[in-house]
Structures are given as structure tokens and as C-alpha cells.
Design a protein around this ligand. Structure first.
Ligand code: B12
Ligand code: SF4
Length: 517
């Protein structure tokens, strides 16, 4: 079968700060290739819709699949699916990925016949079976684990048998030099583990994987890092180095093989403090940037997100990262309830610290606990606005004032590391990148004002919504775990962490009301 795998276009964040390879789609593509199919990938973050239609018209694939990790990409994907189905009525069109798994029935409805199936869960596990079933008619499709189609729903999706067997089809990406994050330009993505044992109310990373945690064997992870050609590596794990032994074993393997790369990772403040020696080791082998999800800078805010990392510990984590000389990016969540005074306090705090601060907007998503418990009514159900940069809950200030404050605060935060001042600080690195023909980092330094703009944000609200998601169920009761999970939870045995780490997770996770298994 000729199989075309498509990643949708960029969202606000990826228009400036970073752009990363679609690792999940590459893994699905490789699984299909191993099953004997001829596979191509197109990434619309770096290629155009016209490029996609050219491939569709010239190559005429038998199956076309879209990756939908982000809700905000749903309308683009539905429209593309319709256009492709019109050009190739006999092709089998399907969608998979994180957000598609939580909105499968909506997808089929919006597609109005153009989307043949949504494949929930880990794509590598059943893509080959789905492609085979596609040739045998609707009833076969409906029997594939994770498949949701007009002919019915298959059994609960299963996990891939062994993460160590997975290999991404990196060679199928046509513009690999376009992927970067900060000064890591170009940059590839690598996965050391899958899943997250915590259960934060606003997050769907854990509900997707049934609150499981599976590490890649250290030797296999080192092999993969060694295979990557790019000098920069983004580690995609939700929380890096939860288990110190695992993180150290990979780091030591990399050091033994003399692999020289620069790394970016995301972790939690309490994990950083618990496993200091791991992060210190990684600093020595090239760890440059670290993203910490602080979420709030006051205890009230933290309570709201039910993060049990006390504020003092988070600040201690920042101090420790600073002492290692790692560049830290912090995420804070702005609540639509914020007033001018609150924004002002946040601005002041950001100016006092050297870190990069990212401000996102509190947004309930399908697949999260807050989707069910948030008692404020959504002001919009337009998928495009669910990108945590727009506001879909009622604001205390008039919306235009909220956006004006939000963008002003983001500008203040970003002036520290964008524009000429950043260019001067990084002149040596910038010159080296430009000499190698890598322009992603340097170009992004001046893009901020063109993308982050309160007038543009407001204008997006005025556009008619082409597709609207099904609202959360009425009432605001904490949901049954069953209704949140994509992959079925396996309890303690699903988490490959030692008992001390399991206890540590228990002490720092959200606690008594947690719905997690
Ligand atoms: C790494 C990551 C990023 C990276 C890289 C994104 C990229 N290019 O892929 C960066 C930092 C850029 C990023 C940015 C954002 N992210 Co992000 N990100 C993640 C993270 C931590 C891991 C994703 C990943 O690479 N996993 C590893 C790969 C192997 O898994 P995967 O991509 O999920 O693919 C598997 C399945 O989904 C499925 N699959 C995927 N595609 C397909 C296609 C088909 C056909 C099939 C069958 C299956 C399938 O099979 C794959 C293999 O098992 C997830 C959390 C999570 N655990 O999923 C959040 C997450 C996806 N991000 C999220 C958000 C909100 C964002 C931002 C909007 C944040 C912002 N501040 O603006 C931006 C927008 C990005 C954009 N597209 O422009 C949310 C999504 C929420 C939602 N429902 O929309 C998540 C779930 C985090 C969360 N805590 O809630 N992100
Ligand atoms: S620690 Fe919380 S926010 Fe981070 S990935 Fe896990 S569940 Fe999501």
C-alpha cells in the first residue's frame, strides 16, 4: 500500500520559539514501513498545503493519515481530510495522536464521511493491522484495537510490546534542517521514556498512557542518540530522569561512547532536587536548556493546579539549575480571572529572575480532570482557540484588556532573551550557526511582535467557528478514571519505577481526590 503520513501546520508557539520534528508520526510511519508498505511523510510545519496536494495528486496514496496531538489543529486536519477525499475518493483517510484519541467521535462527525477512522492510543501498536483491515472493508476496521469508525469501535488500544523495538523514520523528513529549539539549531527529538506517573488536573499526558511509565533500556537509548545526525537533541519525555539510575545509565553510556551533543529537556522541580547528581552529570555531557513547569508563583496558584511541589522547593530547584549553569525556561499559567494587578506582580517577578518565562493561559482540555470539574462555562468551543495562548474561559477583565495585559507581560518576559540584546549575548553562537547555513535561531529573535499580538488574538475570536467540540458533561463532579483514560491503567505494575520513587510520586502527586489508578 502507498501510505502518506501528514503532520499539520504550526501553532503560535512553534512559529517562534521552536519547531520540532514530528517524532510520533515518524514512529507510526516506520511501523507501517516495517509491515511492507511504501511510506512518505509530509510535515506542514515546514511545508505548505500546496506541497501536500502535489504529493496527493502525483503519488496518489492508498491511505493518508494525519497526526493530531494538538486540539488547535483539528479544523485544519478536518478540512484537509475533506479535500483529499474529494481528490482520491478510494483512499483510506484516518487520524491518530494525542488529541484525536480524546475527540474521536467528534472527528468522525466533523469529517462528514471524509474521515474513515480515528486510531486511538500508541499508533505503532496497531497501524499495520489497521492498514491491512482498510483493504478488507469497514467491519474489519471496527475490530482493530483503538479504532473508532462509522462501523463501530474496536477494543481498548494496546501498548507496543517493547519500546526498545521502536525506530523513527527520520529519513523520510524532507527538511530536517528546519527543526530547532533555542540555539540548538538544527535539533532532533529522542524519547527515553513514555508516560508520566503523576496526575495533574490540567494535564492529559498521564490519562493518555493510563498513568503508566515505561523507560527505554539505557543501551538502546544511547544507540539512538548515537544514530542522530543533528548536534542538538530535544528529549521529549514528559518528565525527564524520574528514576536516577536510568538517567545516569544513559548519560554514562553517552559519555563512554564519546557522543558530543547538546540537549534540552523538561522536568519537575522536585525531580531535579531529588536527582541532583543526574542533572549535574548531564550538564557535563551537554545539557544546555531545561524546561520547568512551575505553573504558579504563589501557594494559592499552586493549590489551584494541585501541584504538591511547595513553592520554596521550586525556587530551590531554580537556584540549583542556575548553579549548574543550565539555561532554564519556566512555564506559568495565567488564569482568565487575573486582573491588572496580578499581571503587574507577575511582570515584576519575571524581571527579577534571569530565567526565560513562558506564560500560557489556563485552558481545560478533553482528557483532563479540569475538563470535567471546571465550573466556569466555556466562552468558545472553537478548537483553534484551545492552544493555551487564547482564552476560552470567561475573563474577569474585558477580553481585550486581558489580552493586552497578557501580551504586555509576554513582551516584558521575552525582551530578556529575544531581539538585539539576545543577539549580542549569543553573537558567537549565532555567527557559527549562520556560517553553517542554520538560520532558524537567528530569525526567531525578531519574530515575536508579529505573532504575539493582542489584536490578532482578539480577531481569532471573531472568526466564525467551522467546527465546535462537544462540550464537557454537565455538572462539575470529578470524573471516573475510566472515562479519562485512553490506554487502560495497569496500576503499580504499569510504572517501571522503584518503590522509593513510587512513594516519592505518591507524596508529590495530587492526593486524595486524584482519579488516577
Ligand atoms: C514534546 C512535546 C511538545 C514539543 C514537540 C511537539 C512536536 N513537534 O511534536 C513542543 C515543545 C514543541 C510542544 C509544544 C506544544 N505543546 Co506539546 N507536548 C509534547 C509532549 C510532552 C510529548 C509529545 C511527544 O513527542 N511524545 C513522544 C511521541 C513518540 O509520542 P506522540 O507524539 O504522542 O505520538 C504517539 C501517539 O500520539 C500516536 N500518534 C501520533 N501521531 C499519530 C498519527 C497517527 C496516524 C496515528 C495512528 C497515531 C499517532 O502514536 C505515537 C507513537 O506512539 C506532549 C505530552 C505527551 N506525553 O503526549 C505535549 C502535549 C502534546 N503538548 C501540549 C501543548 C498544549 C503544547 C503547546 C500548544 C503548548 C504551547 N505553549 O503553546 C505547543 C504547541 C505545539 C505546536 N504544534 O505548535 C499538550 C496538548 C494538549 C492538547 N490536547 O492539545 C500536551 C498533551 C501536553 C499536556 N501536558 O497537556 N510540545
Ligand atoms: S507531572 Fe503533571 S503536568 Fe507534568 S506531565 Fe505529569 S501529569 Fe502532566
Amino acid at each position: 500500500m502507498k501510505f502518506l503520513a501528514v503532520h499539520p501546520g504550526p501553532l503560535m508557539y512553534t512559529k517562534i520559539f521552536l519547531r520540532l520534528e514530528p517524532l510520533g508520526l515518524e514512529l507510526v510511519a516506520e511501523a507501517a514501513r516495517r509491515a511492507g508498505h511504501t511510506v512518505r511523510i509530509i510535515d506542514l510545519q515546514v511545508e505548505s498545503h500546496a506541497d501536500l496536494f502535489r504529493i496527493v495528486d502525483d503519488w496518489r496514496p492508498d491511505a493518508v493519515a494525519f497526526s493530531c496531538n494538538y486540539l488547535a489543529n483539528v479544523p485544519e486536519i478536518v478540512d484537509l481530510a475533506k479535500a483529499i477525499k474529494q481528490r482520491l475518493p478510494a483512499s483510506f483517510v484516518f487520524v491518530g495522536g494525542h488529541s484525536a484519541s480524546f475527540t474521536a467521535h467528534d472527528f468522525l462527525e466533523h469529517g462528514a464521511g471524509a474521515i474513515d477512522c480515528v486510531l486511538k492510543g500508541e499508533g505503532e501498536a496497531s497501524v499495520a493491522q489497521l492498514l491491512e483491515a482498510a483493504g478488507n472493508g469497514g467491519a474489519s476496521v471496527a475490530r482493530v484495537p483503538g479504532a473508532v469508525s462509522p462501523h463501530g469501535e474496536g477494543p481498548t488500544p494496546g501498548f507496543v510490546a517493547d519500546l526498545d523495538d521502536l525506530r523513527p523514520a527520520r529519513d523520510l523528513l524532507r527538511k530536517r534542517n528546519k527543526y530547532f529549539i533555542g540555539t540548538l539549531d538544527p535539533c532532533a527529538s529522542v524519547e527515553f521514556s513514555r508516560g508520566c506517573p503523576w496526575d495533574c488536573t490540567f494535564c492529559s499526558a498521564w490519562t493518555f498512557y493510563g498513568r503508566s511509565y515505561r523507560p527505554v533500556t539505557p543501551d538502546v537509548a544511547v544507540e539512538e542518540v548515537g544514530r542522530v545526525r543533528e548536534p542538538g537533541i530535544f528529549i521529549v519525555d514528559d518528565v525527564a530522569f524520574i528514576q536516577s539510575r536510568h538517567g545516569l545509565a544513559i548519560g554514562e553510556g553517552i559519555a563512554r561512547r564519546g557522543i558530543a551533543k547538546e540537549y534540552y529537556l523538561e522536568t519537575r522541580g522536585d525531580v531535579l532536587l531529588r536527582n541532583k547528581e543526574v542533572f549535574a552529570f548531564w550538564k557535563r555531557i551537554g545539557l544546555k536548556y531545561m524546561f520547568l513547569g512551575l505553573e504558579a508563583i504563589d501557594e494559592d496558584g499552586l493549590k489551584k493546579y494541585r501541584k504538591r511541589v511547595p513553592l520554596g522547593r521550586n525556587f530551590e530547584a531554580l537556584e540549583f539549575a542556575r548553579s549548574l549553569g543550565i539555561r532554564v525556561a519556566i512555564n506559568l499559567i495565567a488564569d482568565p480571572d487575573w486582573d491588572k494587578e496580578r499581571f503587574r506582580a507577575v511582570r515584576e517577578w519575571c524581571l527579577e529572575i534571569p530565567e526565560i518565562v513562558n506564560l500560557s493561559v489556563n485552558t481545560p482540555y478533553p482528557g483532563t480532570e479540569t475538563w470535567h470539574t471546571e465550573s466556569r462555562h466555556l466562552v468558545s468551543r472553537d478548537y483553534r482557540l484551545f492552544d493555551i495562548q487564547h482564552c476560552v474561559l470567561p475573563t474577569r477583565m474585558p477580553l481585550e484588556e486581558f489580552y493586552a495585559e497578557l501580551v504586555k507581560t509576554q513582551q516584558v518576559m521575552n525582551m530578556k532573551h529575544l531581539g538585539w540584546s539576545a543577539f549580542k549575548q549569543t553573537a558567537g553562537i549565532a555567527a557559527r550557526l549562520l556560517a553553517r547555513g542554520q538560520t532558524n535561531f537567528v530569525k526567531m529573535l525578531w519574530k515575536f511582535n508579529g505573532v504575539y499580538n493582542d489584536k490578532l488574538l482578539l480577531a481569532d475570536h471573531r472568526l466564525p467557528a467551522t467546527y465546535e467540540m462537544t462540550p464537557p458533561p454537565a455538572g462539575s463532579a470529578a470524573p471516573q478514571a475510566k472515562s479519562l483514560y485512553v490506554h487502560a491503567p495497569q496500576g503499580r505494575r504499569g510504572r517501571a519505577i522503584d518503590d522509593a520513587t513510587e512513594r516519592f510520586v505518591d507524596e508529590t502527586r495530587m492526593g486524595e481526590n486524584a482519579v488516577g489508578a
